[in-house]
Design a protein around this ligand. Structure first.
Ligand code: AFP
Length: 350
């Protein structure tokens, strides 16, 4: 890693180039995708910031594939990302949380060796009330041989990601990403329109201050999850000191706060969402790559998120993610409860 002095101004472009130089075999294609995503992020940030002013709020008539009402800004963000990356010759296929099937590279454009999966505007039900929203992305290398990317290229376990990141449109706009060499955060300086390196080599605390979960689901969780959340509140002080609670309802914002300050985010399965609510490929997997690169961890309760083999694009998963010891505490508590009710479970928890 290149070391910068505290006073040097490092743009995201410079940082990406310097990282690429560490890999003599790199063709620059991955760097190109990251630049394009940074550009799309600036365009989306610009629109999100003006959302309260422009006549852009309100639901469109389409319900997206998740059956949720799609906000106009979701559509804008989706199109902005597709247009920023589809013609660069670096991607062979895309998939978006907002679109049912594969998004192909249009005829006439070159295809490359990478696939992009993204959630264009996560937490969009929060836009009307001025709460931070975000974009999440995941990049995989193509494994099939044809020109176009296929489902097999997109349905790879998270451990095969070559890059993942998110953009948070909050009190400032930040882009945080990893290519497997640590996690680095950039803050958008709106006066010059550049993302500047503000958080090099983010390492999340081993034990966090916060727990983040939608506790209105408490009565719908299994006993193990209930016991774990009670533990996070201080029920078993010998095992886990009590934590403070923070929950925004926007994954990117909840995850980002916990990444920096230390903490754990949970969206477990419940009786209404037996597979959990969050999407494996657009949310859990990229966040898990970032968490692990920042020395945190991520599990579905039984399995490391990055080891889960996806079967379809919009698959959901329970998610427990954040500070390593906190995630371990929840996984152990859930496992012990499962052993008490149904004998030992086969999968070791983290
Ligand atoms: P929306 O994009 O529909 O607002 O969903 C946001 C989200 O997928 C994720 O960002 C949050 O962590 C989670 O849902 C919040 O879900 P609850 O509202 O059930 O707590």
């Amino acid at each position: 890693m290149v070391h910068h002095t505290a006073t040097s101004v490092v743009t995201i472009e410079r940082f990406i180039i310097e990282q690429e130089r560490l890999h003599p075999e790199a063709t620059g294609e991955l760097s190109g995708i990251l630049y394009d995503l940074a550009l799309a992020a600036k365009m989306i940030a610009n629109k999100v910031r003006r959302a309260g002013l422009a006549d852009i709020l309100g639901a469109t008539t389409d319900a997206n594939v998740q059956g949720e009402i799609q906000q106009k800004l979701d559509v804008f963000a989706n199109e902005t990302i597709v247009k920023a990356v589809d013609h660069g010759g670096r991607l062979c296929a895309m998939a978006s949380e907002e679109v049912e099937g594969i998004i192909p590279i249009p005829e006439g454009f070159k295809c490359g060796k990478y696939c992009l999966l993204f959630d264009p505007l996560d937490g969009s039900s929060n836009i009307d009330v001025n709460v931070p929203v975000g974009t999440v992305f995941s990049i995989l290398q193509k494994v099939t041989r044809g020109r176009n990317g296929e489902m097999e290229d997109l349905l790879q376990p998270g451990r095969r990601q070559v890059a993942a990141g998110y953009v948070i449109y909050g009190s400032s706009t930040m882009l945080v990403y990893t290519t497997g060499q640590g996690v680095h955060g950039f803050t958008l300086d709106p006066t010059i329109g550049e993302f500047l390196l503000s958080h090099p080599k983010i390492v999340t605390p081993r034990v966090g201050k916060y727990y983040s979960v939608n506790e209105s689901n408490f009565g719908r969780w299994n006993r193990g999850v209930q016991a774990a959340v009670r533990g996070l509140k201080g029920d078993t002080p010998d095992l886990m000191p009590a934590k403070n609670s923070r929950y925004i309802g926007s994954l990117v914002a909840d995850f980002h706060r916990n990444l920096i300050a230390g903490g754990i985010f949970l969206y477990p399965a419940d009786s209404r969402n037996p597979q959990g609510k969050l999407r494996l490929l657009y949310e859990a997997s990229p966040m898990a790559f970032i968490a692990e690169q920042a020395e945190g961890s991520a599990t579905d309760g039984d399995n490391r998120i990055l080891d889960i083999i996806p079967h379809h694009l919009h698959q959901r998963t329970p998610l427990v993610i954040g500070s390593r010891l906190d995630v371990g505490f929840v996984a152990d508590t859930v496992r012990r409860a499962a052993e008490r009710t149904s004998g030992p479970v086969v999968q070791p928890a983290l």
